[in-house]
Design a protein around this ligand. Structure first.
Ligand code: A1S
Length: 206
């Protein structure tokens, strides 16, 4: 049974082992598999400037196994789109930021769970968490192949600029509105029952 755990500044001490595992799995996937040389590190851990106390991780865990994850980061602070990829944002209104806008990064599912179901659980969890926390949209840097797959499960996306080639892939900055309709759609698409964040308070019981 896969559960999505929410790791925040408040409970991250209890998740130290899982967070460490996440850094290694992320390196295996993003550097080893996806070939993102810019984030390669000799210690085999993917850690960047946004893996700090402000990061919120939604981690998919089956037993003691990490099977997927994603990161949310407040746009009220310097973040990846504002610091690393500002050139991807060309809309007149500028980069959306604020207390109700988070940046969505480092999304992955481990190879043996790529059947779409863990993916949908993570996507539903992102919408659920944001709805619960009053977050109205997330911003992201995404390769363009990402767009049809999230549209297919009922997410909306607003482009923030035209695609540009990054690491050999057409890549675009987008804003993804959070809505109960998008959450209902991904849940229905994947036949998910119950809350998307089934064990949100897992760490308190552990
Ligand atoms: C993104 C930042 C976000 C925070 C916004 O039949 P297929 O295999 O063609 O079906 C595939 C493709 O259509 C598409 N797809 C997946 N990876 C692709 C790639 N590298 N290039 C082009 N298209 C790609 O999705 C379909 C389903 O993929 P899948 O891997 O068989 O299964 P699943 O369970 O839907 O998992 C998808 C993800 C993306 C989560 C998984 O492949 C993964 O973790 N990949 C490595 C990490 C990654 O690339 N993350 C997204 C970048 S950050």
């Amino acid at each position: 049974m896969t559960d999505i755990h929410v790791v925040t500044e408040a409970n991250r001490a209890r998740y130290a082992d899982l967070i460490e595992l996440q850094h290694k799995v992320r390196h295996d996937i993003f550097v080893g598999e996806r070939g993102w040389k810019a984030i390669e590190r000799p210690d085999g851990r993917d850690v960047d400037a946004y893996d700090n106390e402000h990061a919120i991780y939604l981690l998919a865990v089956d037993g003691s196994k990490l099977v997927g994850g994603q990161r949310l980061y407040p746009t009220t602070r310097a973040h990846m789109l504002s610091e690393v990829f500002p050139h991807l944002v060309q809309v007149r209104r500028g980069l959306p930021t604020g207390h109700d806008v988070y940046e969505w990064t480092r999304y992955f599912v481990v190879r043996e769970r790529r059947t779409g179901r863990t993916d949908c659980r993570l996507l539903a969890a992102m919408q659920q968490y944001c709805l619960d926390e009053g977050i109205s949209s997330v911003t992201a840097v995404a390769e363009t192949w990402w767009l049809p797959r999230v549209h297919m499960i009922g997410f909306k996306t607003k482009p923030l600029g035209v695609p540009q080639t990054i690491e050999g892939q057409p890549t675009i900055a987008v804003e993804v509105p959070i809505s109960s309709e998008s959450l209902a759609s991904v849940r229905s698409h994947a036949g998910l029952r119950g809350t998307a964040l089934a064990t949100r308070h897992f760490s308190q019981a552990a």
